[in-house]
Design a protein around this ligand. Structure first.
Ligand SMILES: Cc1cc2nc3c(=O)[nH]c(=O)nc-3n(C[C@H](O)[C@H](O)[C@H](O)COP(=O)(O)OP(=O)(O)OC[C@H]3O[C@@H](n4cnc5c(N)ncnc54)[C@H](O)[C@@H]3O)c2cc1C
Length: 240
């Protein structure tokens, strides 16, 4: 397991992934690679009212032995950390501490996986899937991804490419507030989980769930109580 370090990072570039989510690509100023296990996060130290705020962000990219890494930040109205990161201009420098976290899946892990994420909770799952594919995994890598609106489907093209190119990848998107014209799944991820689990039909699969507390708790309870999944196979990360 990696040991957290403190290091300076520079914002290389940023783009909006959806109306409320900004992707930020940082690189370490010391040029050292950021070594981490997919699923881990970094703390960013953000200036605020003469002091400093500490906010955790999952690493959205896979470990590639490079000094750069990506995060994706949901803008929370009135939230000092996320608003700061939505305003941050390229070239800005901040301090980071990490990587940290036990919500991990090694790139070489060959066990089947069902990933469940909502909003930016998909980012550590993206890192896990990208790393597994880069390691040549042919284990089932299924993602159940929930957002409110169609415009909030993060990494949509990439997810479509993965499913087209890798038969072991399947992606199930569900919208909790669909508008007319959406013909896909609707409602919370919890509604679809039993069907997706049954279709996967791999009792040995591990479930990785990430997002806000309410969803994580609901999914965890469903997995353990209704679906009878071994608690050691249910991994979770909560953002609040
Ligand atoms: C391990 C870990 C990893 C995290 N990774 C990410 C990440 O990859 N991307 C990300 O956007 N946030 C992530 N968060 C949340 C992040 O650390 C901050 O809490 C968030 O950016 C809000 O900070 P703030 O200062 O803007 O608002 P605050 O005033 O500190 O928080 C206000 C409220 O915002 C809500 N909130 C927090 N995160 C989110 C979110 N992602 N979407 C919607 N509402 C939220 C919570 O209910 C919180 O109580 C992570 C948190 C943890 C603990």
């Amino acid at each position: 397991m990696t040991v957290p370090q403190s290091f300076e990072v520079r914002l290389e570039r940023a783009r909006m992934l959806s109306p409320s989510v900004r992707e930020l690509v940082f690189s370490r100023l010391d040029g050292n690679p950021l070594n981490f296990v997919p699923g881990q996060w970094v703390n960013l130290m953000l200036p605020h009212e003469g002091g400093e705020l500490k906010r955790a962000y999952s690493i959205a990219s896979a470990p590639r032995g490079e000094s750069s890494f990506e995060i994706a930040v949901t803008r929370v109205a009135g939230g000092p950390g996320s608003e700061h990161l939505h305003r941050l201009v390229a070239g800005s420098r901040i301090r980071a501490v990490g990587p940290s976290g036990l919500f991990t899946r090694e790139a070489g892990d060959r066990s089947p996986a069902l990933f469940v994420g909502t909003g930016t909770g998909v980012t550590p799952l993206r890192s896990m899937i990208e790393a597994a594919l880069a390691a040549g995994s042919d284990a089932p890598l299924w993602l159940l991804f929930g957002v409110r609106h169609e415009a909030e489907i993060l990494y949509r093209e990439e997810l479509e490419r993965w499913t087209a190119e890798h038969p072991n990848v399947r992606v199930f998107v569900t919208l909790s507030r669909p508008t007319d014209g959406w013909a896909g799944r609707t409602g919370y991820v919890q509604v679809h989980l039993p069907m997706v689990w049954a279709e996967l039909a791999r009792p040995d699969a591990h479930v990785y769930v990430c997002g806000l507390e309410r969803m994580v708790k609901a999914v965890r309870d469903l997995c353990r109580k209704d679906l009878g999944i071994d608690r050691k196979h249910v991994h979770q990360e909560r953002y609040d």
